[in-house]
Design a protein around this ligand. Structure first.
Ligand SMILES: Cc1ncc(COP(=O)(O)OP(=O)(O)O)c(N)n1
Ligand SMILES: Cc1ncsc1CCOP(=O)(O)O
Ligand SMILES: [Mg+2]
Length: 546
C-alpha cells in the first residue's frame, strides 16, 4: 500500500516542529495566540469562562465513519464532551471492509500531538489504531511531557470486518510502554488473546484470567469485552481493577450495525472520565449508552456490507426517507387553528382521534392537543395516534404545555403560556426545527417570545370565554396592539367562532394570520360541520379583505 500525506495548514513557517523542543514550540503557539484574538479570551472574566470536559483521541480515520476518529467524535459529542483528534492513519473503509490504509509519518503524528497537547490540555487521551511502534513511542513520550488525567487504551488490532489495523509487532510496545500508563485498557477477546501471546479465551472464566494477566502489564483497570463469546450467551464484559471483578451483563441486540462499537465504547468511557466519573461508573454509563444506540439503530440501512454503522445520536431514523414530517413552520398554517379539549370530548363522548380527524376533514390547518386532565400515559398514546392522522394530511400537530409529551411522540412542536416552560428552554429541549408558540397578552411578552426563539404567538382572549378560567379579555384593540408590536405571526384566540371570526380578520392587523378555536368546534355535536362553517367564514373574510 502506498503512502501519501498532504500538509494542508502550517502556520507559522518553521522548521519541522519535531526538531524543536516542546517548550520552544509552546512559545511559538503563545505568540500566535497573542496576535489572533488571544485578547478576546483575556478580556473574558474568569468567572464567565466555562471549562469544558475534553477528550483527545489518537486514532485512525475511517472513511465510512462507523469507527475510528469519526466514531470517537460522534460518541464524545453525543455524551457532551469536546473531542480533539490526532490522526495516525487514514483508511479507505466501508461497511464491507477495509480497502486501504495509509499510515501517517511519525513526525506528523508528533506535530498533531504537539498542537493539541501544548495548547488545549485535554483531560483524557483515548487511543485507537496505533499502526506502528514508532507512533506508540512518540505518544508515550508526549504523554510524559504533557500528562493528562487518564489514558484510555483501546488496543485496536483488527477491524470488525477482520482486516488487520496493527500488526503483531505492536504488541510489545503496547505491553511495555502504553499499558503501564493506562487508566483502563479495553480489549475484545481477540485483542486480549493477542496481548497474552495467543492464549485461548472461550469462557467467562477465561475472561477473568485474561483480565488479571493483562493487569500485570500495568494498566489500573482492564475491561475484557465478551461480545465475541458464543451468541447463545448474554453479552458479558469483565472489569478487573487489580482487586475486584465486575461483570456487566446485557442481552444481545440482534443487529448487523455494530461497526465502531469498540471505538465508541472506549471514547464514551473516556468522555465520562473527562467529566470526573470513577472508572466503574464511566464503564456503566458508556455501556448503557452503546446499548441504547445499538437498539435504536438495529434496523438502519447504511451501505450494502455486513457491518453497518450505528447512530449514537438516536436521530437518523427521524429524518429517514419515507417518514413524512412537517417541513419548516409556515405561518399560513395558523389560518384555522383547532385546539382540542378533553372535557368537551368527554361531554360529547368522542375520542380525541375522532375529534382531530373531523377537524382536519373540516379544514383545520393546524391542531393543538390541549388535554388538561389526561394521564401522561394516555396522553402520549393519544398524541401518537393523532400525530399519525395529522402526518397523513400534512397538518402540523402541537402539544399544549407538555414538552415531554411532544418529545416522546416527536410532535411538530408545543404551545406554551406565560406560566409554562419558558420558550427559550423549550427551544433548547426541542431543537431548532420544532414549532414553538407562546401565549402573549402584551407587546413586551411578544418581544420576549421573539427573543426566546418562538415561531408564532397566540393572542387573547379576544372575547370572553368559558373555556379558560380567569382569562382577561383583551378585545379587538388589545389584539391589534399586540399584533402591531409583534415580530412573529399571530393567531387570535378566545371566544372566537362563526359569528365573530369575520370581525377579527377584518381588523387586518399586521401579522394576524388566523384564529384559534376550542369550543366553537369541539363543544358542538358535529366537529366536521362546525369546522367547515368556520373555514368558509375565514375564506370569505380573506376574499373580502383582498
Ligand atoms: C394558540 C394558543 N394560544 C394561546 C393558548 C393559551 O395557552 P396558555 O396561556 O398556556 O393557556 P392554556 O391553554 O395552557 O390553558 C393556547 N393554548 N393556544
Ligand atoms: C386557551 C385559551 N387561551 C386564551 S383564551 C383560551 C380559550 C379559548 O377557548 P374558546 O375558543 O372556547 O374560547
Ligand atoms: Mg399553558
Amino acid at each position: 500500500m502506498g503512502f501519501h500525506c498532504t500538509r494542508v495548514v502550517s502556520t507559522p513557517k518553521a522548521p519541522s516542529l519535531s526538531l524543536l523542543k516542546p517548550d520552544l514550540i509552546s512559545t511559538k503557539v503563545h505568540q500566535l495566540n497573542k496576535v489572533r484574538g488571544f485578547e478576546v479570551k483575556a478580556a473574558m472574566p474568569p468567572e464567565d469562562q466555562v471549562r469544558i470536559p475534553h477528550v483527545l483521541t489518537v486514532a485512525g480515520s475511517d472513511s465510512g465513519a462507523g469507527a475510528g476518529i469519526q466514531a470517537d467524535l460522534k460518541a464524545c459529542a453525543a455524551r457532551g464532551v469536546y473531542c480533539s483528534t490526532v490522526i495516525t492513519a487514514v483508511t479507505a473503509q466501508n461497511t464491507v471492509g477495509v480497502q486501504g490504509v495509509n499510515v501517517l509519518p511519525e513526525d506528523f503524528v508528533l506535530e498533531q500531538l504537539h498542537s493539541v497537547l501544548s495548547d488545549m490540555r485535554p483531560d483524557v487521551v483515548k487511543t485507537g489504531m496505533l499502526p506502528s511502534t514508532g507512533i506508540v513511542k512518540v505518544l508515550c513520550r508526549y504523554l510524559q511531557e504533557f500528562p493528562v488525567r487518564a489514558l484510555v487504551v483501546d488496543p485496536v488490532m483488527v477491524s470488525t470486518s477482520g482486516d488487520t489495523l496493527a500488526g503483531p509487532s505492536i504488541l510489545s510496545s503496547f505491553r511495555e510502554e502504553l499499558l503501564p500508563m493506562a487508566e483502563i485498557v479495553t480489549p475484545n477477546l481477540k485483542e486480549a488473546s493477542a496481548l497474552l501471546g495467543g492464549m485461548p479465551l472461550e469462557s467467562l472464566a477465561d475472561m477473568h484470567s485474561a483480565a488479571k494477566y493483562i493487569h500485570h502489564f500495568g494498566p489500573k483497570n482492564v475491561l475484557v469485552k465478551g461480545g465475541d463469546l458464543p451468541a447463545s450467551l448474554d453479552a458479558v464484559d469483565v472489569l478487573y481493577d487489580g482487586e475486584n471483578y465486575f461483570e456487566f451483563r446485557t442481552s444481545r441486540i440482534k443487529t448487523p450495525n455494530t461497526h465502531g462499537t469498540g471505538c465508541s465504547l472506549a471514547s464514551s468511557i473516556a468522555a465520562e472520565l473527562a467529566k470526573g466519573s470513577s472508572v466503574i461508573s464511566a464503564v456503566k454509563v458508556a455501556k448503557r449508552f452503546i446499548e441504547s444506540a445499538l437498539g435504536y439503530s438495529k434496523n438502519i440501512l447504511i451501505g450494502n456490507g455486513p457491518h453497518g454503522p450505528f447512530d449514537p445520536f438516536l436521530k437518523l431514523k427521524k429524518y429517514a426517507h419515507g417518514s413524512s414530517r412537517q417541513s419548516l413552520f409556515d405561518p399560513s398554517n395558523l389560518f384555522l387553528y383547532a385546539v382540542t379539549d378533553s372535557r368537551m370530548n368527554q361531554k360529547w363522548d368522542r375520542s380525541i382521534t375522532d375529534a382531530v380527524k373531523a377537524a382536519i376533514q373540516g379544514g383545520a390547518t393546524i391542531v393543538q392537543l390541549r388535554e388538561k386532565e389526561a394521564d401522561t400515559r394516555d396522553f402520549l398514546e393519544s398524541a401518537k395516534a393523532c400525530l399519525e392522522i395529522c402526518r397523513q394530511h400534512g397538518v402540523p400537530l402541537l402539544i399544549n404545555d407538555r414538552v415531554d409529551i411532544a418529545l416522546a411522540c416527536d410532535a411538530d412542536g408545543v404551545h406554551v403560556g406565560q406560566s409554562d416552560m419558558p420558550a427559550h428552554v423549550a427551544r433548547v429541549l426541542l431543537g431548532p426545527d420544532k414549532i414553538i408558540g407562546v401565549s402573549c397578552k402584551t407587546p413586551e411578552q411578544a418581544q420576549e417570545a421573539w427573543v426566546d426563539g418562538a415561531d408564532y404567538i397566540g393572542c387573547g382572549g379576544v372575547y370572553p370565554t368559558n373555556t379558560k378560567e380567569n382569562n382577561p379579555t383583551l378585545g379587538l384593540d388589545g389584539l391589534k396592539t399586540v399584533c402591531l408590536a409583534s415580530k412573529l405571526p399571530v393567531v387570535a384566540i378566545g371566544g372566537i367562532g362563526i359569528s365573530n371570526a369575520h370581525s377579527v380578520m377584518k381588523l387586518q392587523a399586521p401579522n394576524l394570520k388566523g384564529v384559534a378555536v376550542v369550543s366553537a368546534l369541539f363543544d358542538r355535536e358535529s366537529v366536521l360541520i362546525e369546522t367547515q362553517k368556520l373555514h368558509k367564514v375565514l375564506v370569505e373574510s380573506n376574499t373580502e379583505i383582498r
